[in-house]
Write a protein that binds this ligand. Structure first.
Ligand SMILES: O=C([O-])CC(=O)C(=O)O
Ligand SMILES: [Mg+2]
Length: 388
């Protein structure tokens, strides 16, 4: 068994939306295909992966360093002999050879993208949906058959008034979501409060609305928002300050007793550990949003899960950023608290398999082998062009 080809192609996911920190007018996304010589249903098994929104495609890093290392490796060193499959851990080690620790930068995006494709291939070779394979290997066969998801949107874009924001949120509720998320921090506090109140008129209760500042605030601004948000009893207050400013997060906590969330821009288990060591995050109410696709993949995410356990955190406090099917499989197979969903933005990389509806805030998973990309026709028709 061997990898016969591995390819990357960069796609545009540009749109006019903006959060408090960036607009997405030039956003791109890498897709990777890992082609194997294993035949299933008369065809070679091909694993696919892509990187999450918010970080740009990693084609340069992939072409310069990570894909050549895989191509040059002795195929025998990439195999899991016990399971007669590819070995994601050995593949990860090969990709990371001659890489110094620390300063994680964005190579974690490149490696995370390949890692997704490798796990997709591994599950296809095993003939199982990925979440079942993960539950069998790591959770005594116990998988969740549905996953809690929330609808992320509420972006700023030119000309978007309260009415449009309310219509967007109403449409998420109409599609079965119970909790929605909106952006804050790109306009003055008073204006954000009026946007929030407009959305509360639609969702009814603060416990059904999360807000996301995308790391925009300094400590005084984060505290001013905390004080203003507190009475609403929101689902969570996300990424108030710079993702690496653990002291800010810790100093904010006493000002905000309600749940907070952060972690989407921490790309390694060491950075995640620093958040738990120094960020004042509270294991009884706060949420952690590490996204495997941006942070060295599931091989690294398993280390993060071990670290979390050692620090006394439940895996149910994890709700990954990114709204992709890979994290949905991880959530179901490894017992996370839920997953993000983007019903309308970042198409076609957002959303779940065709014909699987959100019901009362929960979504099921397709039963096809792999991550389930082939079950999402709009996405797969784009993904497969990488091999043309
Ligand atoms: O706007 C973004 O960069 C995405 C984001 O923060 C989220 O989904 O939580
Ligand atoms: Mg966010």
């Amino acid at each position: 068994m061997r990898i016969t080809d591995v390819r990357e192609k960069t796609f545009s996911i540009a749109s006019p939306i903006a959060n408090a920190y960036i607009d997405f007018s030039k956003m791109t996304c890498s897709v990777v295909a890992v082609v194997t010589d294993v035949i299933r249903d008369g065809k070679p098994v091909i694993g696919y992966g892509f990187n999450s929104n918010g970080r740009y495609g990693a084609g340069g890093l992939l072409r310069d360093r990570f894909l050549p290392r895989l191509r040059e490796a002795d195929p025998k060193t990439l195999i899991d002999e016990a399971n007669d499959n590819l070995d994601p851990f050995r593949i990860w080690k090969t990709m990371m050879s001659n890489e110094k620790p620390g300063g994680h930068g964005e190579r974690s995006v490149a490696v995370g993208t390949v890692d997704m494709a490798v796990w997709d291939a591994v599950a296809k070779i095993a003939g199982q949906p990925l979440y079942r394979l993960l539950a069998d290997r790591y959770r005594d066969g116990q998988a969740d058959d549905k996953v809690w998801v929330y609808a992320a949107g509420g972006y700023y874009y030119p000309g978007k008034d309260h009415k449009a924001l309310q219509a967007e949120m109403q449409s998420y509720l109409d599609r079965g979501y119970r909790v929605v998320k909106m952006k804050i921090g790109a306009v003055p506090l008073e204006e954000d409060l009026s946007r929030i109140e407009a959305v509360l008129k639609i969702v009814g209760d603060g416990s059904r609305l999360a807000v996301d500042a995308n790391g925009r605030f300094d400590l005084p601004t984060a505290i001013a928002y905390a004080k203003a948000l507190r009475p609403y009893g929101l689902f969570w207050y996300e990424e108030a300050g710079d993702p690496l400013d653990y002291a800010l997060q810790a100093e904010l906590a006493p000002h905000y007793a309600n749940p907070m969330a952060t972690g989407e821009n921490l790309f390694s288990h060491q950075d995640a550990r620093n958040l738990l060591r120094y960020g004042g995050m509270r294991s009884d109410r706060d949420w952690l949003q590490f996204d495997c696709a941006l942070s060295y993949g599931l091989v690294e995410y398993l280390r993060t899960l071990d670290m979390l356990k050692a620090q006394g955190w439940s895996s149910r406090r994890l709700v990954p950023h990114g709204g992709h099917q890979m994290s949905l499989n991880i959530a179901a197979g490894l017992h996370l608290g839920g997953n993000e969903s983007y019903p309308d933005v970042f198409k076609p990389f957002c959303g779940f398999a065709d014909g699987i509806a959100v019901e009362n805030g929960y979504v099921g998973l397709p039963q096809a082998p792999g991550v389930g990309f082939e079950e999402k026709s709009e996405l797969f028709s784009v993904m497969k062009t990488i091999l043309d």
